[in-house]
Design a protein around this ligand. Structure first.
Ligand code: ATP
Length: 345
């Protein structure tokens, strides 16, 4: 695109794409772009996760605009085939890539713990602690160890697919299968610190690199990957909801506005960031702000009918893009030393 940053271009057209936004440091994907192309944006963040950063990838947009398609992709009847499927979205691809990266590390150096929750009507529900009928069966957490890359990624998707049907859905005038909750998959990676004495040290030693003291053992490093399929922002008039579904919509819109307030406070570097104003922002606190890395996939409808909603979504994205990350705090010390070693070679 050409033009000034932040400028919105409008074109003519009945039911076709007609809004484009001039933006720097962001990519625009069209309907012809494959899930693989979209995933290229995500891939580097998984390396950052293993380098010691918390990472959050979320899909934001109006109801029916393609968030679930982007994050989860098409559903497969055979859960073991899901990860290999080119139609799968960011969550299965990220799980696959993460376990691939871990399998390249020394054996038993990493463990991955997974939780799958939905935030429904401002309540956090643990989907792994429910049975097939949706009844709570007690708190359960799956701990997955990394034996081989592929096996564990498949396990992750089996678990996610098994709980997806428990997520709250309801038809509205805009989307027949509208998700009524925020769906959050959290993968917590614990990496045992390598023995620093075993790291290659170039000779002669550069003066800038002190030798690690053999008696110092580093605590394991924990980092979080949060993959979020948000419920859709919606105009109640258009979706035609009433009663309990109207209450759901109001909870969804309030939590999305709390998310926007958090981003606003971070942009303005206010001393107090209102993470606790909603369960959604409270849950995402570790991965939004500080030195965490946040990637937002904005989903917008290509049709003229939803212009107002599309502009609202783009406004959210513009706010998120103004957030400045704090300087790194949690970097993996061993990795930093390796880099210094390489620089001094
Ligand atoms: N890029 C795309 N290519 C093909 N189909 C798509 C694409 N994006 C969305 N769809 C289809 O559009 C429909 C709505 O998409 P999806 O369920 O992902 O919307 P959503 O934003 O998650 O909606 P809600 O917030 O109401 O849950 C689905 O049938 C989905 O398969």
């Amino acid at each position: 695109f050409t033009g000034r940053e932040g400028e919105v271009q409008r074109g003519a057209g009945e039911e076709e794409a007609f809004v484009s936004v001039i933006c720097l440091n962001c990519r625009v994907y069209g309907p012809e772009d494959s899930q693989e192309t979209v995933f290229e944006e995500v891939n580097p963040l998984l390396t950052s996760l293993l380098d010691g950063y918390n990472v959050c990838i979320m899909a934001y947009g109006q109801t029916g605009s393609g968030k679930t398609h982007t994050m989860i992709g098409s559903q497969s009847e055979d859960p073991t085939a899901a990860v290999q499927d080119s139609h799968q979205g960011i969550i299965p691809k990220a799980a696959n890539e993460l376990f691939k990266l871990i399998s390249e590390k020394p054996a038993d150096s990493h463990t991955v713990e997974m939780s799958v929750v939905e935030v429904y009507n401002n309540e956090v529900l643990d989907l792994l602690a429910r049975d097939e009928g949706g009844a709570t069966v007690g708190v359960k957490r799956e701990v997955i160890t990394t034996s081989t890359g592929t096996t564990t990624a498949v396990k992750v998707m089996q678990l996610i697919n098994s709980v997806l049907k428990l997520r709250s859905h309801c038809p509205t005038l805009v989307h027949m299968d509208s998700s009524r909750s925020h769906f959050i998959v959290t993968l917590t990676v614990t990496s045992k610190s390598p023995d620093l004495r075993l790291l290659p040290v170039p000779l002669p030693l550069p003066l800038t690199m002190p030798l690690p003291r053999p008696s110092i053992t580093q605590p394991p490093l924990k980092t979080k990957l949060q993959l979020v399929d948000l419920a859709g922002s919606e105009c109640v008039g258009m979706s035609g909801v009433t009663g309990a579904v109207l209450w759901e919509s109001s909870c969804i819109n309030r939590s999305l506005s709390a998310l926007s307030d958090v981003l606003g406070a971070l942009v303005e570097r206010r001393p107090h960031v209102p993470y606790r104003n909603s369960k959604l922002t409270h849950l995402l606190q570790d991965a939004i702000g500080g030195d965490a890395k946040l990637l937002i996939m904005l989903c917008v409808s290509p049709t003229q009918r939803f212009l107002t909603e599309s502009l609202q979504s783009l406004g959210f994205g513009a706010r998120a893009r103004q957030v400045q990350r704090e300087p790194p705090r949690r970097k993996n010390t061993a990795l930093k030393m390796k880099r210094r070693t390489r620089l001094s070679d």
